[in-house]
Design a binder for this molecule. Structure first.
Ligand SMILES: C[S@@+](CC[C@H](N)C(=O)[O-])C[C@H]1O[C@@H](n2cnc3c(N)ncnc32)[C@H](O)[C@@H]1O
Length: 200
């Protein structure tokens, strides 16, 4: 059996993809049980193919004997789409209204980017906070905390291919990034990152 992308799904006689999500939850505390089943089936089938399993039952056994497969499974199930200042309208409202109002009411702001992918959203927030501090609230203290369940997505944080910065305002680009060949490296604003994929 194959899906629309031609990937072997292996689910015809093996209707247990939900069991894999249950097992992931029990072993790692990562709850993806609410994910759309068509997405789970398509992505899970790739892990089955990559590990040489033909059924979910086989894959469940493999997870028990090779726990490092959990990380690959999480990586494969999660969606990584992100951009700097994604949803420009939202960032405009944050910059013009929300953050100045908060900064006027409190001397310390802590922002949490939950599901931060490769840090684009977290650094966008950190840049805005730094800008607001420099231009309007010099005594403001701020911190951005960022978490993701996929520890692989946090590898190489703070360094991005040039194309990824194409839509960043040129003033911010010049002030908060340094070009190094085909990549930009963030400079100045800092964030605290960690993975929330814990073993319980
Ligand atoms: C589509 S990206 C969005 C990134 C960023 N928030 C943005 O809007 O540009 C979703 C990210 O959330 C992470 N994620 C999904 N479920 C999560 C959970 N339960 N806890 C933490 N991170 C999660 C994924 O690994 C992925 O990196």
């Amino acid at each position: 059996m194959t899906d629309s992308e031609g990937t072997a799904t292996g689910f015809r006689d093996d209707p247990f993809p939900g069991d894999v999500l249950e097992q992931l939850y029990l072993a790692r505390g990562v709850d993806l049980r609410g994910y759309r089943s068509s997405t789970v089936q398509r992505r899970l089938s790739r892990r089955l193919a990559a590990t040489g399993c033909t059924t979910c039952r086989e894959y469940l056994n493999l997870l028990k004997s090779r726990p490092e497969e959990y990380d690959r499974l999480i990586n494969s199930l999660t969606i990584k789409v992100s951009r700097f200042f994604r949803d420009p309208h939202v960032f405009r409202v944050l910059a013009r209204e929300v953050l100045p109002r908060l900064a006027g009411a409190a001397s310390y702001l802590c922002v949490w980017s939950a599901g931060c992918a490769q840090g684009q959203e977290a650094y966008s927030m950190a840049i805005l906070l730094e800008h607001i501090k420099e231009t309007r609230f010099p005594s403001l203290k701020a911190r951005v905390v960022a978490t993701d369940i996929d520890r692989d997505s946090l590898v190489g944080l703070g360094e991005y291919p040039v194309e990824m910065l194409a839509e960043v305002d040129s003033y911010f680009l010049k002030k908060y990034f340094r070009r190094e060949g085909s990549r930009y490296r963030i400079r100045g604003p800092r964030c605290l990152f960690w993975t929330c994929s814990c073993q319980i």
